[in-house]
Ligand binder design. Structure first.
Ligand code: NAD
Length: 340
């Protein structure tokens, strides 16, 4: 019998509750050791308590240090700030980890297996922006600044190299734009290369300029293993990389800080299909597998990944977005059948 591990569960908005239900049913059938504290956030939090990030949700995460989160709706062009960004700031979730692995053969690329590690709190996403009005045009000039710190660059680079060691990965590629943004991403390049030296003999390293990296990911993605990069480049490249393995529907992500780790599907709340029972729960299930590995339940994570593989490829049970006809519930039932 494993020791019970307290964890916060945020069902989220749109398809969130449907895919979270699926993930919980699967984790229960695995006898995963999580003791859930269910808390609201996003639109659901706003409706219930007038705050899209209620204090009791923040307190629960602070206490458990571990969360599984459904997607949260963010209003476009006004309304409340992204709760995902607020959570990253609140808990200093400096590392965003996004693995991309081919799950079904026959796509555009076979045998993709790479991981993007994105700095999650600095860079051009700090939101230091303003307009300068000229001649009655309030938006005549827009100015934005990025902030990278030596400590932040060192922390994310060390995280990436440690990740490579822990997961048996051979190479880390440092991605930057130091030819143009010489200070902002030059500092990242310089610091990451210093960190790389301390891993010589254990993990190889090389570097790419971000635009060349984007092209090479399309031409020959197999040359990459772990990619570490700054916030904006990581945001863009990790979506490109998700595209190599069939899109965001199968992309899990983890946001990791010193004391807190939050696991999620990379996709959003999909309001267009919410309540229809057709959502694909795979991304959140893969995020659940990452969460199991995070708490050292590697056997359960491996069992879950293997059952997903069999359900998709031997049983050929897939949701509509993957060309199948299964509902969320049918896919989940088939997966649980394989697990048992
Ligand atoms: P989205 O990812 O929700 O949807 C894009 C398209 O992909 C839609 O057609 C949707 O039906 C489909 N899709 C997404 N997930 C799917 C799944 N699991 N199964 C089947 N189809 C799926 O992106 P969007 O429409 O741009 O955003 C909707 C809302 O989600 C917005 O409020 C946005 O801010 C929010 N969002 C949240 C997160 C998060 O919480 N991590 C991430 C991205 C977007």
């Amino acid at each position: 019998m494993r020791k019970s591990i307290p964890a916060t569960l945020i069902p989220g908005d749109g398809i969130g509750p449907e895919i979270v239900d699926a993930a919980i049913a699967v984790l229960d059938s695995l006898h995963a050791p999580f003791a859930w504290e269910i808390r609201k956030a996003g639109l659901a939090g706003l409706k219930e308590s007038g705050d899209p990030l209620p204090a009791e949700t923040v307190e629960s995460i602070r206490k458990t240090g571990l969360a599984l989160k459904g997607p949260l709706e963010t209003p476009v062009g006004g309304g409340y700030r992204s709760i995902n960004v607020r959570l990253r700031e609140e808990f200093h979730l400096y590392a965003n980890v996004r693995p991309a692995k081919t799950l079904m053969p026959g796509g555009r690329y076979e045998n993709i297996d790479l991981v993007t590690i994105r700095e999650n709190t600095e860079g051009l996403y700090v939101g230091f922006e303003h307009y300068i009005p000229i001649d009655g045009d309030p938006h005549a000039v827009a100015i934005g600044s990025g902030v990278n710190t030596r400590a932040g660059c060192r922390r994310i680079a060390q995280f990436a190299f440690e990740y490579a060691v822990k997961h048996g990965r051979g190479k880390v590629t440092i991605v930057h734009k130091a030819n143009i943004l010489k200070a902002l991403t030059g500092l990242f390049r310089e610091t990451a290369n210093e960190v790389a030296k301390s891993y010589e003999g254990r993990v190889q390293s090389d570097e790419r300029i971000v635009d060349a990296c984007a092209m090479q990911l399309v031409l020959n993605p197999w040359q990459f293993d772990v990619i570490v990069t700054t916030n904006l480049f990581g945001d863009i490249l990790s979506d490109e990389i998700a595209g190599l393995v069939g899109g965001l529907g199968m992309a899990p992500g983890a946001n990791i800080g010193e004391n807190v780790a939050i696991f999620e599907a990379v996709h959003g709340s999909a309001p267009d299909i919410a309540g229809k029972g057709t959502a694909n729960p795979l991304a959140l299930l893969l995020a659940s597998a990452m969460m199991l590995s995070h708490v050292e339940c590697h056997d359960l994570a491996a069992k879950l990944r293997q059952a997903i593989d069999i359900t998709l490829n031997q049983d050929a049970i897939r949701t509509r977005d993957l060309g199948g006809s299964a509902t969320t519930r049918e896919f989940t039932t088939a997966l649980i059948h394989r697990l048992s």
